[in-house]
Design a protein around this ligand. Structure first.
Ligand code: PEP
Ligand code: MG
Length: 562
């Protein structure tokens, strides 16, 4: 029996056998070869095999996916692509793997240098195609997740959003990652999918072998490998208690969020895909407080067009039947990549070219999204939220773009909600400090505590070595939240919290006491947040919040709450 202590990032207790996901490392080192012709023949064979793979995928694909695959096929058929590799082999007497890597870089550079945004985006396709050829050359399986056909707990170094999405269609009962924390995107997706998960298991996760029996506690992060009978019995008892607690919370499903004495706090859900909205609806969410629209843009080689985006936004509005739906405009960068934008790698991605900064820089991209959002606003109470706001100028520029999109639609005679509400995320410390200025410009605030804590404490939110320094109850963080909530109240606008803090155990009452009016969280936390509020009077909440605000350290504050 082995025990591993990780971070519980998605609640629930589950037992199943391990499916260990090992992504084989690709070797692209420069190896000298003597038989140049044989190496060039390997290129021809690999391209042929890659084409067969794509043709097989195309048989099952439809619509846009089939079009992308077709474009990949054309690229593989283009003699310039294969000759590029063969020329490198001939010129330098090097192996096909190295030639494939250099050829890919050359093509990507050429596409990125083009003026046309569409052609720039093709750089991502080249990456995809070369990766496929590279895997064939190295005889590496296409996707290890395809091998899952029985209930299991996935154990991986890390999971990309596309891995996590794929897991949703497999009999996966939970997952464990070596790296990451509560706010990494795989953890956020696990919570929306209601899948128990633990992150940051570290090197000890390597001790887990395929097929080992695993007990996973997604609440505490405790993992037991090949448990003895007594440990398994104790786990079963804890699981029964947890399931019972879940049943008890059912009573809050149809109730609006409120303290015991009726002070209202609206409890909404965070989603990444239109399908997630159904889970929020099922557990009695009072709206969508955050739709991370960037998930529509990730894990694909092209950008979603206006019509595709419109349909996704409309679907959420219709699922929520008149309740508010806050859709955040594209928030990429940090740990979220959009291959089609072919953004350069940066030294400090969380502080870099991301979110609203990209949207204000690329008018076409932003206008397409704003037009889709406005069109969908004819079908429900859609509200638009801008992420990563650090200045008044950004807010004004973003609003001007909304005006431009409105003007275009008006001229085209397309229906939309003229009075659509516009809000901003408060997730950069200067935005909280200047909340009194920003509140005069918008209809609502939503505090993104994931980034607010990251930036104010200078702690990378996905670095598990720093997890102990990431402190939501740091008095400095609480003061920033209070500043934003005060400014919102004084200016008569709503102030929500949509970072993970909103759905963390016991935080609903604290945030209510700080003056927050809306809380948005993963569907799996909604009932517990309503339960927390229902067990406190508003006065209790205010007393608790002011006592934490007066705390001298996060440690002291955390001890107050246990
Ligand atoms: C946040 O920063 O708190 C937030 C909700 O946004 P994201 O986690 O997507 O950065
Ligand atoms: Mg954020």
């Amino acid at each position: 029996m082995i025990t591993i202590q990780a971070l519980g990032v998605s609640e629930g207790l589950v037992k199943a056998n391990a499916f260990v996901l090992r992504q084989p490392a690709l070797d692209v080192s420069k190896r000298a070869v003597t038989d140049v012709a044989a190496e060039q023949a390997r290129v021809d064979d690999a391209i042929e095999r890659a084409k067969q793979q794509i043709e097989q995928l195309m048989a099952a694909a439809g619509g846009e996916q089939a079009e992308i695959l077709d474009a990949h096929l054309m690229m593989l058929d283009d003699p310039d692509f294969s000759d590029g590799m063969k020329d490198i082999i001939a010129a330098e007497s090097v192996c096909a793997e190295y030639a494939c890597k250099v050829n890919c870089e050359n093509f990507q550079q050429m596409f990125r240098a083009m003026d046309d945004e569409y052609m720039q985006a093709r750089a991502a396709d080249i990456g995809d195609i070369s990766d496929r050829v590279q895997r064939v050359l190295q005889k590496v399986d296409d996707d290890p997740l395809d091998g899952i056909d029985a209930p299991c707990i996935v154990v991986a170094s890390d999971l990309t959003p596309s891995d996590t999405a794929k897991i949703g269609s497999k009999p996966v009962w939970g997952f464990i990652t070596q790296i990451g924390g509560r706010t990494s995107h795989s953890a956020i997706m696990a919570r929306s999918m209601g899948l128990p998960a633990a992150a940051g298991a570290g090197e000890r996760a390597r001790l887990i072998e395929n097929g080992d029996a695993i007990l996973l506690d997604g609440c505490s992060g405790a993992i037991v490998v090949n448990p003895d009978a007594a440990t398994e019995e104790a786990f079963d008892r804890k699981k029964a208690q947890f399931d019972e607690q879940r049943r008890m919370l059912e009573q809050y499903r149809a109730q609006p969020g409120a303290t015991a004495d009726g002070h209202r706090v609206v409890i909404e859900g965070n989603i990444g895909t239109p399908a997630d909205a159904m889970r929020v609806d099922e557990v009695g969410g009072e709206g969508i407080g955050l739709f991370r629209s960037e998930f529509l843009f990730m894990d694909r080689a092209d950008l979603p067009g206006e019509q595709e985006q419109f349909e996704a936004y409309r679907q959420v509005a219709q699922t929520m039947t008149g309740r508010p739906v806050i859709i955040r405009t594209l928030d990429i960068g940090g740990d979220k990549e959009v291959p089609a934008l072919a953004l350069e790698k940066e030294q400090n991605p969380f502080l870099g070219y991301r979110a609203i900064r990209i949207c204000l820089d690329r008018e076409e991209l932003f206008l397409t999204q704003l037009r889709a959002l406005l069109r969908a606003s004819a079908f429900g109470d859609i509200r638009i939220m801008f992420p990563m706001i650090s200045s008044l100028e950004e807010v004004r520029s973003a609003k001007a773009m909304v005006e431009k999109a409105k003007e275009q639609l008006k001229n085209e005679g397309v229906a939309f909600n003229e009075a659509i509400k516009l809000g901003i995320m408060i997730e950069i410390p200067v935005a909280a400090i200047c909340a009194d200025i920003l509140a005069k410009e918008v209809d609502f605030f939503s505090i993104g505590t994931n980034d607010l804590i990251q930036y104010s404490c200078a702690v990378d939110r996905i670095n598990d070595k720093l997890a102990a320094l990431y402190r939501p109850l740091h008095p400095g963080v609480l003061r920033l939240i209070k500043m934003a909530a005060d400014a919102a109240r004084e200016n008569g606008i709503d102030c929500g919290v949509c970072g993970e803090m909103a759905g963390s155990r016991g935080m609903a009452s604290v945030l209510c006491g700080l003056g927050v009016t809306h809380l948005s969280m993963s569907a799996s936390s909604i009932l517990a947040a309503k339960n927390d509020l229902a067990h406190h009077s508003y006065e209790d909440c205010v007393r608790l919040a002011s006592s934490l605000l007066g705390g001298v350290s996060a440690t002291e504050n955390e001890s107050q709450l246990v």
